[in-house]
Design a protein around this ligand. Structure first.
Ligand SMILES: Cc1cc2nc3c(=O)[nH]c(=O)nc-3n(C[C@H](O)[C@H](O)[C@H](O)COP(=O)(O)OP(=O)(O)OC[C@H]3O[C@@H](n4cnc5c(N)ncnc54)[C@H](O)[C@@H]3O)c2cc1C
Length: 461
């Protein structure tokens, strides 16, 4: 007998009972997998998880061994370790080092099934997820579809200033950046060359800072010996931030340290500088046009996935769904929203940040809550975010770290950053490869993943 009230609304339960009896509300062809299972009267409740990122995977893993059927849907076949995307985009790491097939990650979890499918809607009343794999019935639902970049209403800029969110994005950015150096080598005039060796990064948060540092090292340390006609070391790298300072989530002393280091590496940092326009060759900052034919990269602004629209919820300013303290949807105790798509405040009113660690904690919490309720045990209660601090690298051997009262900068910060990131990578192979790549870059300045794919070259090449 459950100790807590059965969480699934009556409708969902009768839905599944109906199907078990062969006369379900959803047409059987809507969910072939489920109609097979429906022949088994003792079938386990189904938990559909949408998104195999940090939140969705943690939710699935928290349900390992539970008497539920876990069905995880993702439009990609892989889980991407976004904190290291900038390294793939700047040729330090190969994409296989930072992304892993979701079905492999969950291959030992016997109650889990993975489907590569895009979700485009949810019918809460009928307990159905609409996806490219058909309509899939759920008893419990976890929405963990993350976020994407926001161009603050200037969607047309996306074409000229790509952002970094997926493995595809990283390959595209890498192609564009490496192609710019190749084009500079074949440029006819100094002016053309200067234009092609100007790179601008918009957004001074951790991603912008990390990208700027890595680009500066690529241009100023890795490439110079290999180009005979152009001078990669003369590349201009601009980091443009509209706010008054870089890295607003870090203490001011650490942010200032990052600025000093970036400037020493040859990055031009411009704060309080709003971007007014972007086109194929240039950006306009505070009324001045800056030709940046190398690449313009967007690292500003985040918008949640469209999950709010699927469930008819009013998203907040960033499109995130406000959830109850246990991460469930108001009035729908069997539906959870976690990670970057969720807006959640703790008892002190502090908002949980859009970080991988937060998404993992939320996913785990939702998974544990479902597990407890299915087993008739008391649920864990309200979600509490454990803040493990903030980290950002500046180049190949410096980082800033703010963890509780601990403040680290320079090489010590970088060592700490490296250990943390290697720990969170998935699998021994990736850990070894990434550690070896970093050691190699540290010792030789060489970056191995410098292949330009034809489709990523950009226009005109
Ligand atoms: C470049 C970059 C650097 C970052 N650096 C850091 C860092 O250093 N430290 C840190 O803590 N955080 C960092 N973050 C933030 C962190 O990656 C996110 O907070 C975290 O990924 C959120 O996890 P999530 O599970 O909510 O979403 P994600 O991890 O984004 O996962 C969402 C998943 O949902 C899938 N999906 C989306 N829509 C659909 C759909 N319609 N149908 C099916 N599947 C769908 C996606 O394919 C994806 O696999 C960084 C983010 C970026 C982009």
């Amino acid at each position: 007998m459950p100790l807590t009230p059965a969480p699934a609304p009556d409708r969902t339960r009768s839905d599944s009972e109906g199907r078990a009896g062969g006369g379900g509300i959803a047409p059987p062809q809507a969910d072939a997998a489920r109609s097979g299972a429906a022949a088994d009267p003792a079938r386990h409740p189904r938990v559909v998880i949408v998104g195999g990122g940090f939140g969705g995977l943690s939710a699935a893993q928290a349900l390992d061994g539970a008497a539920v059927e876990v069905l995880l849907l993702d439009e990609q076949n892989h889980h991407c370790f976004q904190p290291l995307l900038y390294q793939a985009a700047t040729a330090a790491l190969s994409t296989a080092d930072i992304a892993w097939p979701i079905r492999h990650i969950l291959s030992r979890q016997r109650n889990a099934t993975v489907l590569m499918a895009r979700v485009y809607g949810v019918d809460l009343d009928r307990g159905l997820v609409r996806s490219t794999a058909g309509e899939l019935a759920f008893d419990w639902l976890v929405l963990a579809t993350g976020s994407t970049h926001s161009y603050f209403g200037h969607e047309a800029w996306e074409k000229f200033a790509p952002s970094l969110k997926t493995v595809d994005d990283a390959l595209r950015v890498r192609g564009r950046v490496l192609t710019a150096f190749e084009r500079a080598e074949t440029a006819q005039t100094d002016e053309q060359r200067r234009r092609l060796l100007t790179f601008a990064i918009v957004g001074g948060g951790p991603t912008g800072v990390e990208l700027a540092g890595a680009l500066a090292e690529l241009a100023h340390r890795t490439l110079p010996g290999e180009f005979q006609r152009s001078r990669p070391a003369s590349a201009r790298i601009l980091l443009v931030e509209a706010g008054p300072r870089l890295l607003p989530a870090f203490p001011e002393t650490l942010a200032s340290d990052a600025v000093r280091r970036l400037e020493r590496m040859g990055v031009e940092v411009r704060t309080g500088a709003a971007v007014e326009a972007i086109d194929e060759d240039a950006l306009v900052v505070d009324g001045a046009r800056i030709e940046a034919g190398g690449a313009i990269l967007w690292a500003a602004g985040v918008r949640a996935s469209p999950a709010a629209a699927w469930i008819g919820a009013q998203g907040d300013r960033s499109g995130r769904v406000s959830v109850e303290p246990d991460l469930s949807l108001a009035g729908r105790p069997n539906v959870f929203v976690v990670g970057d798509t969720a807006a959640v405040r703790d008892a002190a009113g502090i908002e949980t940040p859009g970080l991988a660690a937060a998404a993992k904690q939320m996913g785990r919490h939702a998974g544990r809550t479902i597990r407890a309720r299915v087993q008739g045990r008391p649920a864990p209660g309200p979600f509490r975010y454990r803040d493990y601090g903030a980290l950002a690298t500046i180049g190949r051997n410096a980082a800033i770290a703010s963890v509780g009262r601990l403040r680290l900068t320079g090489f010590l910060g970088w060592l700490f950053w490296s250990v943390v990131h290697i720990y969170f990578l998935i699998g021994l192979r990736s850990r070894l490869f990434v550690a070896a790549s970093w050691a190699w870059i540290y010792l030789t300045d060489q970056r191995g993943a410098r292949i330009i794919l034809r489709r990523d070259r950009g226009p005109g090449v």
